[in-house]
Design a protein around this ligand. Structure first.
Ligand SMILES: [Zn+2]
Length: 290
């Protein structure tokens, strides 16, 4: 591997630490290969809540470390939460992350078909984005599913929409979990570009509200607010379209760097996002009251 990366095993150790510290932890469901998808909740139950997720694209495992560190920061500063709390789901795609970091040694029984799906990359899985069935989880949500400009319709290392919306257990788990906790907003971390996406067909007051919130995120992080580029079927898209809540995809990390994205940039990224979840929850709560 050469460089130090944040692994699924590291995530499980961090979850244990949260638990030992008295912070609520649990699982939102299981992956294709039956690995648990953990969450941690910081704050008080019963009030407004936010869902923050990362690691839905395998090669973006740096965002899993980011989400864990954001949760830790909030544990230390939970007195600043006005009301409610935040669910952090650091690694929605644990199988994909393991495959990306370990190659086919992670799933020897699937080696032949995974190498085939990986196409031109052969045995190098460092750019892999999908789960182990070659489905890109962030185009597998029921929001204009299959109508994206980059969608593909057979298993691939990226952009395959799956056989139907929510065909994958990881997608289904995040949808069910979101329906269960009923967040007032969601925040999805991706790599890279230092960009914020928020629009998915909202109109009227919701459009104005979500635009204002996106610009608030931009002022805090220094990232730019972007207009949609024909991508559909993502978690943010489903939250906006089906739940009517403000939802944001934040692409962290400068475009100066290439994938696999260097962890040397992690400190900068953490600093840019450190208090964003708490600020966003408070802003949404205020906007909904007004
Ligand atoms: Zn991504």
């Amino acid at each position: 591997m050469g460089c130090v990366v944040f692994t699924y095993k590291d995530l499980l150790l961090e979850m244990e630490k949260f638990c030992n510290f008295g912070v609520e932890t649990g699982n939102i469901g299981q992956s294709v290969l039956d690995q648990c998808i953990p969450y941690v909740f910081v704050g008080k139950k019963g009030g407004n809540c936010l869902v923050v997720q990362g690691g839905i694209h395998a090669r973006e495992h740096l965002t899993s470390l980011l989400v864990v560190c954001l949760a830790k920061h909030l544990v230390k500063n939970s007195h600043l939460l006005v009301d409610g709390g935040i669910y952090f789901v650091p690694m929605v795609n644990p199988d994909g992350v393991c495959l990306c970091q370990q190659g086919v040694d992670f799933a020897p029984h699937l080696a032949k078909q995974l190498v085939k799906i990986n196409g031109k990359h052969g045995k190098d899985f460092s750019l892999w984005k999908a789960n182990v069935r070659g489905v890109d989880l962030n185009v597998n949500f029921p929001a204009n599913w299959g109508k994206g400009t980059s969608n593909v319709f057979e298993p691939s290392w990226q952009n395959y929409v799956g056989q139907h919306p929510c065909s994958e257990p990881e997608t289904k788990a995040l949808v069910d979990f979101t329906n269960f906790v009923k967040p007032v907003a969601t925040l999805s971390y991706h790599l890279k570009g230092e960009e914020i996406y928020w629009e998915f067909g909202q109109t009227g007051q919701r459009l104005e509200r979500d635009k204002r919130l996106a610009h608030g995120i931009s002022r805090y992080t220094g990232y730019r607010v972007c207009t949609p580029k024909g991508s559909v079927g993502g978690y943010k898209d489903w939250c906006v379209q089906s739940l009517g809540i403000p939802s944001f995809t934040v692409e962290v990390g400068s475009d100066k760097f290439c994938h696999p994205f260097p962890y040397s940039q992690f400190a900068t990224i953490l600093k840019q996002n450190l208090d964003l979840p708490r600020r966003l929850l408070n802003s949404v709560a205020r906007a909904n009251k007004a």
